[in-house]
Design a protein around this ligand. Structure first.
Ligand code: ADP
Length: 402
């Protein structure tokens, strides 16, 4: 009943009530908050009657109103012999040959919101039993109408909230796109002057090496190295900003097959670090984009090999747990570990915990990973113990219909 309109509730109640109290006219009238106007939201009347409770009728006289406000029904045995001022409605009923009438108050939290009004062509028609039935029904209508109103308010509120979230998201997306364009063009424009610096530095370091003393040679080597590092940074940054504009092609990807391809691609690094990569036998399908998934796992596996304690051979294991609608892939290493304080920060662009001198990198890898995971409607987090190892968890949606 919560979702029905007040009018629909009122109509349904009157149809049933008519069978219990067979009178010629039944109506549900609502009052405004100030009790100065009334509005019939439903009525049921014998076909020959012509009683219309329109909008903005004046309400009942004061003494009647006081009784109704106190929660008491008002039964009039015969409108024709009634004394004192009459409501417009009572007069209308009388002209249509109604004699007895009954008004049962509808109260919500002590406030009069309207009446259930009935009239009959017979004098003294309404019995005590009729009155009891009508009072009970009036109470229930009041509750139902109140709930319908609350439901309406909640629905309206929800709609407004959703609209606000949509607006905010659109704004954020716009700002994000602008930032991406900005970082893309900055990185792009930095490329040309950097290439010149690198080119000339290399020429000097090569051709004029003999005319430099040892210190000069060392400085030029630094310049060439720093140029290479900066070039890598720009490449990573461009990759990162391109991610936002990339079209994501969702498909069903067999995880084990994909990881075998990643391992194949990382073979040079695996050899370089003397690493061992273990894949769980049973790895399911996920829903995702192959390029993004390759990027995610290549970065995680590579990090697992790079951030290693001296003298320890890297062992990286990939396994997973299956949830009803998602797969959580775990990439666990036996490396340096990451202090809890940095578990969020390492996903930011340029955030590094280790120097490039000892551990190569630009600090963009995990930012790319998180961005890619989000583009796939997934999430990423980690657990880690310093000096023991880290576990990165990637939750990815499962293909639908599994
Ligand atoms: P990069 O590896 O290029 O520095 P990332 O964004 O991939 O950039 O990683 C950011 C930082 O997080 C790294 O510099 C490193 O300090 C830390 N880190 C990432 N993965 C691991 C790991 N598996 N074990 C320990 N530290 C890690």
């Amino acid at each position: 009943m919560g979702a029905s309109s007040p009018e629909a509730i009122a109509r349904a109640v009157l149809t049933r009530l008519e069978r219990l109290i067979p009178c010629e006219w039944l109506s549900i009238v609502l009052y405004n908050r100030e009790l100065t106007e009334e509005r019939a939201i439903a009525w049921q009347q014998a076909s020959e009657l012509q009683i219309h409770v329109g909008d903005s009728q004046p309400v009942v006289p004061n003494d009647v109103l006081e009784r109704l406000k106190a929660g008491l029904s008002v039964v009039t045995p015969d409108l024709a012999t009634q004394h004192g001022p009459k409501a417009q409605l009572a007069e209308d009923l009388e002209t249509q040959h109604m004699h007895s009438a009954m008004a049962n108050p509808m109260l919500v939290q002590g406030r009069l919101i309207g009446v259930l009004a009935l009239a009959s062509t017979k004098v003294n028609f309404f019995t005590l039993e009729h009155q009891q039935i009508a009072e009970e029904i009036a109470d229930q209508i009041a509750i139902a109408l109140h709930q319908a109103e609350l439901y309406d308010q909640i629905a309206r509120h929800n709609f407004e909230l959703e609209q606000r979230v949509r607006d905010r998201t659109a704004e954020l997306e716009h700002v994000n796109r602008e930032l991406e364009m900005f970082s893309y063009s900055v990185s792009h424009d930095l490329r040309a002057p950097l290439r010149a610096v690198q080119g000339f530095a290399e020429i000097i370091a090569r051709r004029h090496r003999s005319s430099l003393n040892e210190e000069g040679q060392r400085y030029f080597d630094y310049i060439v190295d720093a140029g290479g590092q900066m070039n890598q940074l720009i490449t990573d940054l461009l990759d990162y900003s391109r991610l936002g504009r990339q079209h994501v092609r969702f498909g069903t990807i067999p995880l084990r097959k994909l990881l075998l391809e990643v391992i194949e691609m990382l073979q040079p690094q695996i050899t370089k670090y003397g690493a061992q990569i273990d894949l769980a036998e049973a790895l399911p399908d996920v829903r995702g984009d192959k390029t993004l998934l390759m990027q995610i796992f290549a970065n995680l596996l590579e990090n697992g090999m790079i951030y290693q304690r001296p003298g320890v051979s890297p062992v990286v294991r990939v396994d997973c747990t299956i949830e009803p609608e998602a797969v959580v892939v775990r990439v666990a290493d036996n490396g340096l570990g990451i202090d809890q304080e940095f578990h969020e920060k390492i996903f930011n662009v340029f955030q590094r915990l280790h120097s490039a001198e000892h551990y190569p990198g630009t600090g963009i890898g995990l930012a790319i990973v998180r961005r890619s995971v989000e583009l796939l409607n997934g999430s990423i987090w980690l657990e880690s113990t310093v000096g023991v190892g880290s576990q990165f968890y990637v939750r990815l949606p499962r293909p639908t219909g599994l």
